[in-house]
Structures are given as structure tokens and as C-alpha cells.
Design a protein around this ligand. Structure first.
Ligand SMILES: [Zn+2]
Length: 314
């Protein structure tokens, strides 16, 4: 009886191995750590997901190295954000060794109609502000095609990106489509719950005006009805001029902004000084552009930001 059973078990295991092994696992390569996080949740054990960005390097500072070409050459599916933030990948893909079957997917595809195409202007009194200021000629690697690329900070947009990832993996690896769809659906549900949680936690706040370091939060603020009064970096990646800082300070006073948010990746000395000059508070919001890629990176990051906002804007 027992012998029979173990025999059957061995047979089943053998069959499973045959079913599983022959096709090599699909290899997925991602640019931003948030995309890694999304893809890892969808992939489960059915595909290998690898991140291009090292944990301590953000997308703006990233230099594509020859060793990265190896990862690129091995990838079946490449997932990128697009909107200028990871253009270095497009360049490498067109230059690099090409795998004929490789698919390059821009996860933000389909969001075009909902993108924001201007930099956050200093939200000053309309009578005093020259509206022409809102569109400086910026040379930021963020905004080559002019849309703000920080869609990932809005969990509703993240759901759109995750759906694109599910579709891409199903097409690249139809054998495992059922699993991709199932894990995708359950992750989408988690993102939906996160959205509900943020919405309800922020709903009651009376203090809704914020200033951030760089222009990463317009989608988040639009989604949850916060008012982004201004950003410290007038032109992304460039130190703000004294004149701009004076205008920002004026707007902060006038609009009674009580909190200014720095980022973990940026030396906050400038922000500390600004805040102490204006006697307002400082806290840190993570733009989730840098960090070690993990399955929980995205949801953990947004939850952390939510806790920060809750206590800072109370
Ligand atoms: Zn950014």
C-alpha cells in the first residue's frame, strides 16, 4: 500500500518536472524599483524579475554600464516607465545586442489623456503671479516629452500599469497566463484597498497645503485633493535661485502652508533653512525612485508616506 503510494507520488513528481522544466523561465527586466515591485507580484515564481537600478542610484543619475548590457541581452520582457524618466533604457535597447523575441513595454501606456503637462507653478495669488512662469524651459531628464512622469505615486495609475504588466507577461509566456492573471488580480485588489485607505485617512485633514522638494507629487495631490502650493526645485535637478526661493517663501506665508516635505535622497539643508526661516515643519516623503527593489517596496513606500502625511497635516 505504502510502496504503491510512493510510486505514484514519484510518478506525479516526474510528470510535474516534465511539465515545468522544458521551457526556460521568462526573464523580466525592470527599470524603476516600483516597476520591479509590481512585476514581482505578478510574476510569482513563474518568471524571473531583475532590476536594472542599483539600490542606491535614482533613475536620473543612472548611467547604463556595459555590465547592464548582459542583463538586457538576457531579458525576454523589458518593463519601463517611459515619459522621459528612463530614456537611457530606450537608447541602450536600440544600441544593444538584440534578442529577436524581446518585448519592451512602457507600463504607462494608455494614461496619456490623464497626464499633467506642466510643472507645478508657484500657486501665488492670481493677481500678482505672471502665469508665463509656469512653463520654464527645463532640461530635466524627467520630462523629455513634457508630461510629468511620476505616475507611480498615484495608486490608481499604478493599477493601470500593473494591468499592462499582466498583459505583457501573458503574451510573452502564455503557458503561465492563468497564474499571471490570478496574482495580478489579487495585487490589483491590494492596490485598490491601499487607494481606499489613503482616501479615507486623508479625507478629514483640514490642513491640505503642501510644498515638496521636486515636482513628484502632482498626481498624488490631484487624486487625494491635497494642494501642492509649490516645489523647492523650480527647475528639476537645478538649485533654485534666491529670487525663486523668495517667491516660494512669500507663497508659503501667504497661503499659510505649515509643512514642507523633503526627500530621503536629497540633503535637506536648504529645506531646513527655509523651514526654520518660515517657522514651519519639515517631514520626508519618499518619491520611490531609489531603494532596493523588493516585492513590497511599492505598497510599503506609499503606506509610509501616508503615515507621514497623517501626522504632519493633522
Ligand atoms: Zn522624480
Amino acid at each position: 500500500m505504502n510502496g504503491h503510494r510512493s510510486h505514484l507520488l514519484a510518478l506525479l513528481l516526474g510528470l510535474l518536472a516534465v511539465l515545468r522544466s522544458p521551457a526556460a523561465e521568462v526573464r523580466v527586466l525592470t527599470t524603476l524599483p516600483v516597476i520591479y515591485s509590481w512585476a514581482a507580484n505578478v510574476a510569482g515564481d513563474a518568471a524571473t524579475v531583475e532590476s536594472l537600478l542599483p539600490a542606491n542610484v535614482g533613475p536620473h543619475d543612472f548611467q547604463f554600464r556595459p555590465s547592464d548590457l548582459r542583463k538586457l541581452a538576457a531579458a525576454d520582457v523589458v518593463l519601463m516607465n517611459g515619459l522621459g524618466v528612463d530614456t537611457w533604457l530606450t537608447r541602450a535597447v536600440t544600441r544593444g545586442a538584440s534578442k529577436p523575441s524581446r518585448r519592451v513595454i512602457t507600463v504607462t501606456d494608455g494614461l496619456q489623456q490623464q497626464l499633467i503637462h506642466h510643472l507645478t507653478p508657484l500657486a501665488m495669488d492670481s493677481k500678482t503671479s505672471g502665469s508665463k512662469k509656469s512653463h520654464p524651459d527645463h532640461s530635466h531628464d524627467h520630462g523629455e516629452d513634457d508630461a510629468n512622469p511620476h505616475v507611480w505615486l498615484d495608486p490608481v495609475f499604478a493599477q493601470h500599469c500593473v494591468s499592462n504588466i499582466v498583459q505583457a507577461l501573458c503574451q510573452a509566456d502564455p503557458t503561465h497566463a492563468e497564474g499571471y492573471n490570478r496574482r495580478g488580480a489579487s495585487y490589483l485588489q491590494e492596490l485598490d484597498q491601499l487607494d481606499t485607505q489613503i482616501r479615507s485617512s486623508l479625507k478629514g485633514l483640514t490642513n491640505r497645503k503642501i510644498v515638496t522638494f521636486h515636482d513628484a507629487f502632482p498626481y498624488f495631490c490631484r487624486r487625494y485633493d491635497l494642494e501642492l502650493v509649490g516645489v523647492v526645485e523650480e527647475v528639476p535637478s537645478v538649485d533654485p535661485s534666491p529670487k525663486y526661493l523668495a517667491q516660494l517663501s512669500q507663497a508659503i506665508r501667504k497661503q499659510q502652508v505649515r509643512m514642507i516635505f523633503s526627500e530621503p535622497q536629497f540633503h535637506p539643508r536648504l529645506i531646513q533653512r527655509l523651514a526654520s526661516d518660515l517657522s514651519i515643519g519639515v517631514a520626508e516623503l519618499d518619491v520611490l525612485e531609489t531603494g532596493s527593489a523588493s516585492r513590497t517596496f511599492y505598497i510599503d513606500g506609499l503606506r509610509r508616506n501616508l503615515r507621514t502625511l497623517e501626522s504632519a497635516l493633522r
